[in-house]
Design a binder for this molecule. Structure first.
Ligand code: SF4
Ligand code: SF4
Length: 92
């Protein structure tokens, strides 16, 4: 069964819950973190293991990860603000 919510006006909508963030694409810009209303995301330093030989973006020393997936309300704001299209979503 797919969870369906309603707007205040009664229009149905289907929440899209965050599933994953692509670590190979994320530039650690923090946009998604700023818009998330539920503290689902957190910025992590990239360890040396994460920086492979073909990684050439010197600015991307950190990446966003999903910290509290079960707190996500499926608003989709993180995905809409991401400049690199890192997010994948699932319905419940
Ligand atoms: S879908 Fe909404 S609540 Fe869930 S992680 Fe993205 S911004 Fe946060
Ligand atoms: S908005 Fe996208 S690129 Fe920026 S930190 Fe979030 S996932 Fe990474």
């Amino acid at each position: 069964m797919t969870a369906t919510a309603v707007t205040r006006g009664g229009t149905p909508w289907t929440p899209q819950y965050v599933e994953a963030i692509d670590p190979k694409v994320c530039i650690g810009c923090g946009r998604c973190y700023k818009v998330c209303p539920r503290d689902v995301l957190t910025l992590e330093d990239r360890g040396d293991d994460e920086v492979d030989d073909d990684w050439d973006d010197e600015d991307a020393k950190a990446m966003m990860v999903v910290k509290n997936a079960m707190d996500c309300i499926g608003c989709g704001a993180c995905g809409r603000t991401c400049p690199k299209d890192c997010f994948s979503f699932v319905t419940a």
